[in-house]
Design a protein around this ligand. Sequence first.
Ligand SMILES: [Fe+2]
Ligand SMILES: [Fe+2]
Length: 146
Amino acid sequence: MAKRTTKKHDVKQQLIDGLNEDLNLELEAVLRYLYHSASATGLLGHELREELKGDIAGEMNHAVFLADKITALGGELDINPSMPKKVRTAREMMKIDVAAERHVIANYATRIAQAEECGDRGLAIRLEDMLAEETDHAEELERLGR
Ligand SMILES: [Fe+2]
Ligand SMILES: [Fe+2]
């Protein structure tokens, strides 16, 4: 027999699923920044190391917040991050990092709308702060490549 669900339940479950996706992207950022900040070489690599080292703790804080929120919503954690791809040059690392930041910015915009739909204004506000931080990251990284 098909599981009966209300619309409200579906919307909440979609939010929880989305937050799990975001949680894994944050954990991937931590792992990737650890790798990139420790191994980037050359002048651009030097700049990249400085930038990324400062962002590792912030991305970890995002992951901790999301994990707690998933549990608070009655959801189950699905921790399954991908390992960072092997990359040789600092420029390639920077491109991957910019694309990843832009990806999470788009995700948070979607998640804010879902949080509002669930009536969770507090979550929407926290996600807005995170979206602003990720935008700062993306812009700082993009500037390195100019
Ligand atoms: Fe983040
Ligand atoms: Fe970021």
